[in-house]
Design a protein around this ligand. Structure first.
Ligand SMILES: Cc1cc2nc3c(=O)[nH]c(=O)nc-3n(C[C@H](O)[C@H](O)[C@H](O)COP(=O)(O)O)c2cc1C
Length: 328
């Protein structure tokens, strides 16, 4: 399939794997890129810029196709060394950077000078317009249903994507709630040039996370995620578990008085225990409502092939068959 995004990024299929903390390692990114999509390494999961440089090199040993790196700007206690991270990305020969969390204007000139395409992930149309105005090449429009941080506006993709299509000049991809060929065709119909998936890619053979995480996604329905940290204006959609229930109870009791310190046990440093050790109640971990559409653990190649086949069938058989040619 050819879209503005496949052309811009030099990839075969308009499918991108979003940055995911403690999931987006070289193995997954390479598998997605080898299957014709764009795989993305999560920059901040690597402890140092030197580790990130190694991870990029490891990924490039596994694929000759374009790969990306996610750079997230979030309120974290110890600010990462962003200039050194950007240097590692440029030196590593990475073709695409997914920025998220905050305006990437400080790093943009360096990335653009190096010929790197920048896709900024936004949860609102106003943020997408801002990304366009500062020179981002594309936007990733992350709807309210997404796993991770959906922002504070709570607008789902059924509204957000056509709104983005009405005002944006740069190409954009859908993100949040995407799982299959139906998602891709719907995204294209609403003006997107491709789709970004997070949760769906965790439940694949190559995702380098504990089997318990994959099974939790397969077992979950669309009702099993919760929104946490609302009162801190740092809302995150996570999989429900006993730690999340405890966290929500604290939020209920403390209301607007809640501080980050009150919930530190449930949210800080829990990812390695969940993703590596499979301790599913260790804390809050990002997961999308799309878990309700995920029922298997295919290889990345099987998943992407299946999506493209289904999308082609929907477009060529089902949709074109709906048109009453006598009347049109
Ligand atoms: C476990 C997990 C970790 C994530 N970590 C990050 C991250 O570090 N940076 C980021 O920009 N997005 C992160 N995301 C968001 C994804 O990149 C993507 O935008 C989101 O998963 C899309 O929604 P979906 O899960 O419904 O596909 C994470 C998502 C998940 C599920």
């Amino acid at each position: 399939m050819k879209t503005k995004i496949t052309e811009m990024l030099g990839i075969e299929h308009p499918i991108i794997q979003g940055g995911m903390h403690y999931v987006g390692f070289a193995e997954l990114a390479a598998a997605v890129s080898n299957a014709g999509g764009l795989g993305i390494i999560t920059g901040l999961t690597q402890k140092t810029p030197a580790d990130l440089a190694n991870e990029i090199a490891r990924c490039k040993d596994m694929t000759d196709k374009p790969i990306g790196v996610n750079v997230t700007f979030l309120p974290i206690v110890n600010t990462p060394d962003y200039p050194a991270i950007i240097k590692a990305i440029i030196k590593g020969g990475v073709k695409v950077v997914e920025t998220a969390g905050n305006n990437p204007s400080k790093v943009l000139p360096y990335l653009k000078d190096a010929g790197i395409k920048v896709i900024h992930k936004c949860t609102s149309v106003r943020h997408a317009l801002k990304a366009q105005s500062i020179g981002c090449d594309a936007a990733s429009i992350d709807g309210f249903e997404c796993g991770g941080h959906p922002g504070e506006d709570d607008v789902p993709n059924m509204i957000l994507l056509p709104r983005a299509a009405d005002v944006l000049e740069i190409p954009f991809i859908s993100s949040g709630g995407q799982a299959d060929g139906r998602s891709l065709v719907a995204s294209l119909a609403m003006g997107a040039e491709g789709m970004n998936m997070g949760t769906r890619f965790i439940a694949t053979k190559e995702a380098p996370v504990h089997e318990n995480v994959k099974q939790a996604i397969v077992n979950a329905s669309e009702l099993d995620t919760r929104l946490v940290m609302r009162s801190l204006r740092n809302t995150e959609r996570v999989m429900n578990n006993t730690a999340v229930e405890k966290l929500l109870e604290k939020e209920k009791q403390l209301g607007d008085k809640l501080t980050f310190d009150d919930i530190i046990d449930e949210v800080a440093g829990v990812y390695p225990r969940i993703m590596m050790e499979g301790d599913m109640d260790a804390g809050a971990w990002s997961c999308g409502m799309v878990a309700g559409l995920i029922n298997d653990i295919p290889t990345v190649q099987e998943l992407i092939d299946r999506i493209m086949l289904e999308a082609n069938e929907i477009i060529t058989d089902r949709l074109s068959g709906l048109i009453d040619r006598d009347k049109s």
